[in-house]
Design a protein around this ligand. Sequence first.
Ligand SMILES: [Zn+2]
Length: 497
Amino acid sequence: MSIPRTLGDLRRSNFSEERMRSRNVKDELRDNLIARLRQESDEPLFPGIVGYDDTVVPQIVNAILSRHNFILLGLRGQAKSRILRALTTLLDAEMPYLAGCEIHDNPYAPICRRCRDEVARLGDATPVAYLSPDGRYVEKLATPDVTIADLIGDIDPIKAARGGHELSSEMTVHYGLLPRANRGIFAINELPDLAGKIQVGLFNIMQEGDVQIKGYPIRLPLDVALVFSANPEDYTARGKIITPLKDRIGSEIRTHYPATVEEGIAITAQEAWTERNGHLHLPIYVQQVIERIAFAAREDKKIDKRSGVSQRLPISAMENVISNAERRAIRNDEKLVVPRISDVYAALPAITGKLELEYEGEMKGADYVGRELIRAAIAKTYDEYFTGANVQQIVQWFDLGGEIQLSDSFAAAAALENLKEIQGLIDKLGPLGVTQKDSAERQVSAAEFILEGLHAHKRIGRSEERVFKAGEKKQEPAREKNFEPDEKPYRQRRQFN
Ligand SMILES: [Zn+2]
């Protein structure tokens, strides 16, 4: 069966007039959604959307079944745009429209003059073209400078003069984004940033199918599924959204950050770029520490709650952590890349920029706040594995004057030799799933995690040069100084943390 290329062929195809004429885009989304819900499969409705199965997804389903325009309210990095884009999976694989139409007119019910004239002239021979789901999705980030011309259109006097049309005729309109999304999905992100006048224009199109452009009334009975996103505080703030527009948004759906560390890890694993050249082993405790940085940041009162802490923080941090480990492996000619906790500290540049600090945080500085978060994340993760474990022997080794430097650039084999001197350390790696049969890279990473955990709990100390040593209260300053090596193989300009 060949694809119908003319209006006449279309009539005799599955895209019959009876089926297509009055079926608008919201009916189409609804029909396809119902078909998907009927399928007894474990496939998620929106692939790649993690952690929303019991919260956000059912509400979106209800909104679509209700044929609502809807808005997602949530902080940044809560996958709002991704969900809106995923709606295209509920559109038909192919949608016929009148070929050449700028607003993708329904072949059986064209709304633009050009198409009505064309159908009158050519009848069943009028050519038909098709749009894929992606071609039916238009997205716009709202900013205060978006104009009616951008969104709806502009009168083009040259077009009018050339064609001999009245200025108020739709033949003279240069179409904006919304008409170009006709018979598709139009997504506006950060809706409250749209000027009031533009919101009125949007509302008029939704409600009456007509709008005024430069004082001329233009009739455009568009068929569009409108979806929006906004920060909840901006959206509910008085006067940010004109009431009639708010009234026309059928459902308000709240998104959220991952509820559990496991969900956060799943999202980060999906989004972060981890496919590097070498062999990567990513320890679960490193993943947990990275994820808990975001969790700790979302609770921290030094960080602005209204702007939130995006999931992009652990994603970028993960990429940087792996890169730092990759750099070490390349320099030391190691085959296996195994991130360590020191790589997490080295990933601060991927963390600090994603924190909107409150006054107190600004006073302390983003670096300081970032380090504190990492340390809190380490302490929590350490507890998950070693609560109740007897680590006295390790602490004692340091208390008796033992010291060890563990720079993030040190080769695994040499570092492991040094770590073995700490009695009771290497045989404590079991809870982390690491044994003495594992590679040096994995053992060093696990052993360093224990030392970092003890440091995070202030059981042992650590200097700017990453020298682990006795905890502060037992420190003997004179002796400490003597033990500073004269030459440091890798001088790090890091503050004590
Ligand atoms: Zn048309």
